[in-house]
Design a protein around this ligand. Sequence first.
Ligand code: UDP
Length: 359
Amino acid sequence: MRILVVGGAGFVGSTSVETFLEAGHDVVVYDDLSSGHAAAVVRLARLVRGQIEDQGHLEHVMREERIDAVLDCAAKSLVGESMIDPGLYYRKNVGGGVALLEAMRVTGVNRLVFSSTAAVYGEPRRVPIAESDRTEPINPYGASKLAFEGAMRWFAASHDFQAISLRYFNVAGATERNGEDHEPETHLMPLMLRVAAGEATHVQIFGQDYPTPDGTCIRDFIHVRDLAAAHLRALEVTGEGDPSFEVYNLGSAAGFSVREVVEAARKVTGRAIPARVVKRRTGDPPVLVASSRRARLALGWHPEHSKLEQMLADAWSWKLTHPNGYGRGPRTDGAALDRQPSDARGDRQISRPGAPASV
Ligand code: UDP
């Protein structure tokens, strides 16, 4: 397959790119590098810098690269930011997503996997959450992802797309080559590892008065390697059967509390990681755990790397080898995919027609 990974320079996208290449597929990454990193893209994948809402540019890339299938990981994904600037989330996640769908329709590419979110469910009425449960997002981020799923559904129906949306909660871990490097960082695990590395004095625990066994929130963490495997499996499945739109949750089925995560991080890193309980963060439901039964049955997928200790150990190892994230250090650390002889395509960039190459 020749796969276009939109948003392939981000955490989830870049690790999926690694998995696709290892499985023998050809990959082109399309990313505006607004939050992703050029250094996260292995050399065997071609990197094209472009905006998701630029339909003409997407069409050009799809045609020139003879793309068979698309993985869409490009999204604005900060809940807090979405509350402050919902327009940005609708422009990028919905408007940009529809430009991508139109580019696919025009060029005849009809296989799509979408990296969605369990935020589409909002406050769950029961856990684990099933795909058939009510979707009532409580922030513009979740609402924009759900709106795009609606567009996918109708493109599948009207234009014979085979489309799969994968919904998940908290992504963790790292590969040897790629890990989490966000600015600003808001997520629990990388923040804890910053404390372990001596970059911050303590981690905050947002509330210890939730109706859970230890009073802290319970979350469903999934290793980014498992997520990448699910993306690959879903892309393969889009080549089989009739046009359709399917939704699958991806989760580890066992949630971990914030306290458990902090304790496990202390063990894995051997560092103290001081924690201070502060007041609840607005919008945090007590328990978020997804049932991935459907994904197991239909995709034959099950999480193999999502043990809490392994996710933390892999993330810690990446942190130690990349103390400044992608800001410093060689582009090639530990990466067989980077060492393989390049056919020189990896260094060639496609520019927008009539515009200079921009990466
Ligand atoms: N959390 C916390 N301290 C932090 C960051 C997060 O206690 O510094 C908690 C947060 O309240 C939630 C869980 O950790 O219950 C996971 O939050 P995160 O921001 O990592 O991911 P989210 O679930 O919001 O996508």
